[in-house]
Write a protein that binds this ligand. Sequence first.
Ligand code: SF4
Ligand code: SF4
Length: 363
Amino acid sequence: MRPLELVREGQHVMAVCNACRYCEQYCPVFPAMEQRLTFAAADLDYLASLCHNCGECLYSCQFAPPHEFGINVPRTLAAIRLRSYEEYCWPRALGGMFRQHSIGTALALAVAFSVVMFAAAWLNGSRLLEPVAGADFYAVVPHGVMVALFGAVGLFVAIAIAIGVGGFWRDTQREARSKAGAADLLRGLRDALTLRHLHTTGPDCTSNEEERSPWRRYCHHATFYGFVLCFASTTVAAIYHSVFGWHAPYAYTSLPVVLGSAGGLGLVAGPLGLFALRRKRDPALTAAGYAGLDESFIVLLLLTSVTGMALLVLRDGALMGALLLVHLGFVLALFVTLPYGKFVHGLYRVAALVKYSAEKIKN
Ligand code: SF4
Ligand code: SF4
């Protein structure tokens, strides 16, 4: 169950903001709040997923600590957001995983998967420390094993995420004044893909009271679009293999490699930048449990990309087999943590932005 004190805190903060309304131009949270007189738990979840944690409303607030009202909208909404991820996740028993993340747990999981793969490859008689003719990945891990393993994990991940986001959508729609249509879906996607509301009053993000820069936006875009390109690369490679019978490894100029290389560069530059920005970010903006959630996801994205790029460059050498297994260990760790980590924030945000579009609020 959701702690009552967290709901009460959210209701208190929104009641004060609804009376004040000084921040209504900053982002969709405030116009959406103004549509409501009372705030049920699902309303707070919706508003929390509209918040990009830019910080602007904290630094503008005359009721922020040390004022006795203690209003800190980004922190309160971050706490509610994290709690909503835990409550909607499936299976519900795994909700506690959202607070267990750290760089250490991410690395331990990836290493554990890699060790299991090394053991399986060794038992299978795969040659791991000598060049493999034609840099054939499937001589190390058979194609059928790869498809069965990642297909099963991918299916579970897709089901878990669909159930979680579906529950969030269902609950936030209960009091919906108007149904979302295709135009709202497109607008929500556009706003999410462009980070339109990251800092509505200007081109820059706030990470500190005195400091604004566009780098949080840039690094987020590099990370997200890098991820999309890598996904596209894998999809094209799967089509090459299963439809045309063209087997990996592919030439450096082929579409899967070009897409994967561009995506890989984005997934190195973006996470490194986000990691550096986190060091400078005001801790007052975030809630307990968020640091590990952010950092474990960033590290898994970064190291999945680094090991993938290393595999691409060194695929004709003696280390190809070992690098492949390490890379697959990181990919698997990234995959299994998708429904229980920071990845879900993008899907909840799209759902909230679609609902926001359906509410037809002018801003
Ligand atoms: S965050 Fe502070 S200044 Fe902004 S609307 Fe709320 S109470 Fe007013
Ligand atoms: S932190 Fe930024 S995005 Fe979140 S409510 Fe405040 S102004 Fe809006």
